[in-house]
Design a binder for this molecule. Structure first.
Ligand SMILES: [Fe+2]
Length: 255
């Protein structure tokens, strides 16, 4: 089973690099994967400003995809506009404020957590979200499961992003929620615009690159944030029952 993850599409971003062309390119590349992926996860910052027009354009650009698309809230997204644009995606309409939901992807459970704090680029995970997550994990009874959230639940070592990440207490509470859960195959994130491998307790964790712009590596204290063209890609997660999850980071072809 193949699950493709794309991230940080930022439709509506003003600048020299066109996010629409970047997403078109990613969609073409997803359609070229054989066997065909079972689903596509879009791990947040779908739009840059969260406007209904940007979400409408996003849906148009994603429309060639024949498999289910599961969106995740990012700090640039707006909950109401996202839900309106994905009116046909029933799990998003959960009756709660935060867009947390779980779906089955051909044998792999995907649990999507809304790590966004309204009007802030930093993240948050509310206690009630973690209670919901724990219940979902326990309901899985050891079934293979992937947890996805936009903000990585670990510091990435780049100050400019670690200032807009999940607070340490929330990261710790998240790690405690995952502790001892059987069947957890990985934690998948976005936000940083570059591929990063980390860990939450004993669970592998990964940041998927953006399909649009990558962030330049800058490990200096208080280093500046710079988004640059190139180096973009998508993550191809491969799950075979009884085997550990595999992830390929696939660079996006040029036009
Ligand atoms: Fe982003």
């Amino acid at each position: 089973m193949i699950l493709v993850q794309i991230s940080d599409t930022h439709l509506g971003f003003p600048g020299a690099v066109d996010p629409e062309r970047a997403l078109e390119r990613a969609v073409r590349q997803i359609l070229a994967i054989e066997p065909s992926p079972a689903a596509v996860l879009v791990s947040g910052d779908l739009t840059h400003n969260g406007s209904p027009e940007e979400y409408q354009r996003l849906r148009q650009l994603l429309s060639p995809l024949t498999m289910p698309v599961h969106p995740l809230m990012g700090n640039h997204d707006k909950r109401q506009a996202l839900r309106e644009a994905f009116a046909d995606h029933a799990p998003l309409h959960n009756g709660r404020e935060t867009v947390d939901y779980s779906v089955d992807c051909a044998g792999l459970r995907l649990i999507c957590l809304d790590s966004c704090k309204p009007d802030s680029d930093a993240g948050q995970l509310l206690p009630e979200q973690l209670t919901w997550l724990r219940a979902q994990l326990e309901a899985g009874a050891g079934a293979a499961t992937m947890v996805a959230l936009h903000h990585p639940p670990f510091p990435c070592g780049m100050d400019q992003f670690d200032l807009i990440c999940l607070p340490p207490a929330d990261r710790q509470a998240f790690a405690q929620t995952l502790e001892g859960v059987r069947g957890l195959e990985g934690v998948m994130c976005g936000h940083i615009h570059r591929p990063i491998v980390g860990r939450v307790g004993t669970v592998p964790a990964m940041v998927c690159p953006s399909v649009f712009l990558q962030s330049q590596l800058n490990l200096k204290p208080q280093g500046a944030l710079r988004l640059i063209p190139g180096g973009v890609g998508l993550a191809v997660h491969i799950y075979t029952p009884g085997q550990p999850l595999l992830t390929h980071i696939q660079a996006l072809d040029g036009d």
